[in-house]
Design a protein around this ligand. Structure first.
Ligand code: 3H9
Length: 685
């Protein structure tokens, strides 16, 4: 018997425990161990009821995702065998659930006769996020417990529900507080006396209104954004109207087809990539992180305000610093309005809003930051201003306070040296706008940053619900550096003959959430303009440069906020309208640069923009700015709208073949001076 599972005897109740840390996944050995204990309990005349639960943190994470796409060890019982055994068990079975019970975990729980869940626990079928429907009866049993509509919603969205909702929907029979084991034992004794238990598979499903699946299919197709899995989930749920065995067979067939798909491979890659991104190769994973309770944010503008909201939402005490009282008041008013809007939309309760605002302390005196455990500076991009702030922070904050800058492109090492002997506490925490919404957080590793400072920043990022990625210091770190070449290519293509609309459509058809011109208009053209002016002296005069974006800015066309940028915008409408004047401007700049405009295909647009991005990603991987190729994928999918179902630019390029990418990049380099195959790409090819 493997030590992945355990059997305990508590009087007439047998308790079977999964001991497979970190998440009690159904790895090889686990289902077999559980079946053996189940058989022992079934045949033991002393046992009246059987409890099944997760050991350690109590969660049951589902099937072992690392096993998908690999052969299951021969002779080893599978999750399906376990579920069939539970379904047929003659004695009452009770799943005692804590923390998260997800995917195959919930499928196991639903093949028990009864379920109890601790307050604060969650249950869900998140398989859709991995490009698959639940494959071990989840789509057949959940409708039998919660009804078709609620089950379809949970399975298609992949969103788990909390204890209160799970009870309301009938997914669990009881919600308990405190220690799960005594509650499970007393519930089991009760059920042992309650008469013959009925398996969930034997329950009936109530058919929904005839148009239910038609409407749901339309909505799901619209939201699926080219993904197959949400519709596959729907098909499986629809099959729950068939007799149980038939519906289960259909679920299995659809699951098998999905699990072998490219979409599922890409989404599995993203699952592991996001977890790998939080690990730093040369830092011991046991490095302790510092305790962070109070965080100060310097700068109450859009970025500082967004960061403050993210911190308040995560339960931190927040100090917001602005030197001018008026700017501070305006920043606080924006934060309050954000919370009021959330209350109005029903996303937040009044008491929660009040608690968050009570945790916000506006300050105008930097000396007050002595109380902070972490400071995040989010003032405008000016090296000398930032250096002055960090020199002051080094003096006023207590030793060990982490000093982070939210700069997007200034050299973090140069900022860090201003902190003198506190240099090891300095690093970058680069948020993406809107900072309270966007998942991506780049943790910028300054050369002298200590391991504790880095692991603490990563822990804070996780607590904020972000997806943190560690990046080295360079212009633009990982995300903006590779986005810059992608954007450069889009602008050159426009100069050569493509319209902003054509470029944007070609890339959204590829799967990008927004086209590059729509993104530039949304973000505001003035920020990149200021950066170009500040670094103009560093530009190689022999390399191609397109003046069109500068000219738009000189005309006051800063994008959506001024109603005009690469596109035109009607007041109060974000829909981009093509502008013939921009087309004329592109003709002018092309003429001045001696470029003959031509027809450009959508394929050339996709290849030029994305291969430029891959080429640069390989370069920064080679330079060590990104620790691993998958970090680039995490950055681009979470911060720049790359389609997750393609697994990020590096996963996508690997599927195409780095040699194919290199051949195309080499071909481009023969006709464009700004293209050069990077050493990193050559190495990977
Ligand atoms: C499924 O069940 C299909 C079935 O319907 C049918 C099959 C036939 N497998 O997230 P964390 C690892 S599909 C393997 O940082 P947390 C993870 O990689 C499955 N490994 O912890 C990480 O490893 P490392 C459906 C897994 O406490 C470590 O555990 N289930 C799995 O913040 C810690 O992970 C899901 O989609 C797994 N299932 O969050 C649930 N899960 O330390 C996916 C985690 O080496 N899991 N790992 O980097 C989660 O959502 C979260 O892990 C959970 C815990 C909420 C459970």
């Amino acid at each position: 018997m493997s030590d992945l599972t355990r059997l305990e005897q508590h009087g007439p109740i047998a308790v079977i425990i999964i001991e497979n840390p970190p998440v009690n996944a159904m790895s090889p050995g686990v289902p077999g161990g559980l079946i053996a204990h189940l058989r022992a309990a079934e045949t033991d005349p002393q046992v009246k009821a059987i409890v099944l639960m997760g050991g350690g943190r109590g969660l049951i994470g589902g099937a072992d995702i690392a096993m998908f796409g690999k052969p299951w060890p021969e002779g080893e019982p599978s999750l399906h065998t376990l579920i069939a055994a539970l379904d047929a068990c003659p004695k009452p079975t009770i799943a005692a659930l804590q923390a998260h019970t997800l995917g195959g975990g919930l499928e196991i729980a639903m093949s028990c006769h009864y379920r109890i869940l601790v307050e604060g626990g969650m249950v869900g079928q998140p398989e859709v996020n991995l490009g698959i429907p639940p494959g071990a009866g989840g789509t057949q049993r959940l409708p039998r417990l919660a009804g078709i509509a609620a089950a379809a919603d949970m399975i298609i969205s992949g969103k788990p529900v909390g204890a209160k909702k799970a009870l309301e929907l009938g997914i669990v029979d009881r919600v308990v507080s405190g220690d799960i084991l005594p509650a499970a034992l007393s519930f089991a004794e009760e059920m042992a006396e309650a008469g013959e238990p009925v398996a969930v598979s034997a329950r009936a499903v109530e058919a929904p209104a005839p148009e239910f699946f038609v409407t749901l299919r339309e909505q799901t197709a619209k939201r699926a954004k080219g993904m197959r899995a949400p519709l596959a989930c729907l098909e499986c749920v629809e099959a729950s109207l068939l007799p149980f065995a038939e519906g289960s067979k259909k679920e299995r067939e659809i699951f098998e087809a999905c699990v072998a798909s490219e979409e599922a491979a890409a989404l599995r890659h993203m699952f592991f990539a996001e977890r790998a991104a939080t690990k730093i190769a040369d830092i011991d994973s046991k490095t302790p992180s510092r305790t962070i309770k109070t965080v100060a944010v310097i700068g109450a503008g859009t970025m500082g305000g967004g960061i403050a909201i993210a911190l308040l939402d995560a339960g931190y005490q927040v100090m917001l610093l602005e030197r001018a009282q008026q700017a501070l008041d305006a920043g606080c008013a924006r934060i309050e309005k954000n919370y009021q809007d959330q209350v109005a939309k029903g996303r937040l309760k009044d008491v929660q809003k009040d608690a968050r605002l009570a945790a916000l302390k506006p300050v105008t005196d930097i000396e007050e930051l002595a109380a902070a455990d972490l400071v995040i500076e989010a003032v405008f991009e000016d090296l000398s201003v930032k250096r002055e702030i960090f020199a002051t922070l080094a003096r006023v904050t207590k030793p060990g306070t982490i000093l982070a800058t939210n700069t997007s492109y200034i050299d973090v090492n140069e900022i860090a040296t201003a902190a003198g002997d506190r240099v090891s506490d300095v690093l970058g925490m680069h948020f993406f706008s809107p900072a309270n919404i966007m998942k991506l957080l780049e943790i910028v590793r300054a050369d002298k940053a200590s391991p504790e400072a880095l692991t603490t920043a990563l822990a804070v990022g996780k607590k904020l619900g972000k997806t943190p990625v560690v990046a080295g210091v360079c212009d633009g770190f990982i995300g903006n550096r590779i986005y810059n070449v992608y954007r450069r290519e889009a602008i050159f293509l426009m100069e050569e003959g493509a319209s902003p609309t054509q470029v944007d459509h070609a890339l959204t058809n590829f799967g990008m959430a927004l086209g590059p011109f729509a993104v530039m208009d949304l973000a505001g053209l003035d920020i990149a303009w200021a950066q170009r002016k500040a670094t103009a002296h560093l530009r190689d005069p022999n390399k191609r440069y397109c003046t069109l974006p500068d000219r738009l800015c000189e005309m006051g066309r800063f994008g959506q906020k001024t109603g005009r940028g690469f596109y035109l915008y009607e007041p109060g409408n974000r829909k981009p309208v093509p502008d013939p004047n921009v087309e004329a401007l592109a003709e002018d700049t092309a003429k001045e640069s001696g470029i003959t405009r031509r027809e450009i295909t959508d394929q050339e647009i996709v290849e030029r923009c994305l291969y430029a991005l891959v080429n640069e990603s390989c370069a920064l991987l080679h330079e060590g700015i990104a620790q691993r190729a998958s970090d680039v994928d995490v950055v681009f999918c979470n911060g720049y709208g790359f389609p997750r179902q393609l697994g990020g630019p590096m996963f996508w390029a690997e599927r195409i073949g780095f040699d194919t990418v290199l051949a195309k990049v080499t071909e481009f380099s023969q006709s464009h001076d700004f293209w050069e195959p990077s050493v990193g790409l050559k190495t990977l090819a």
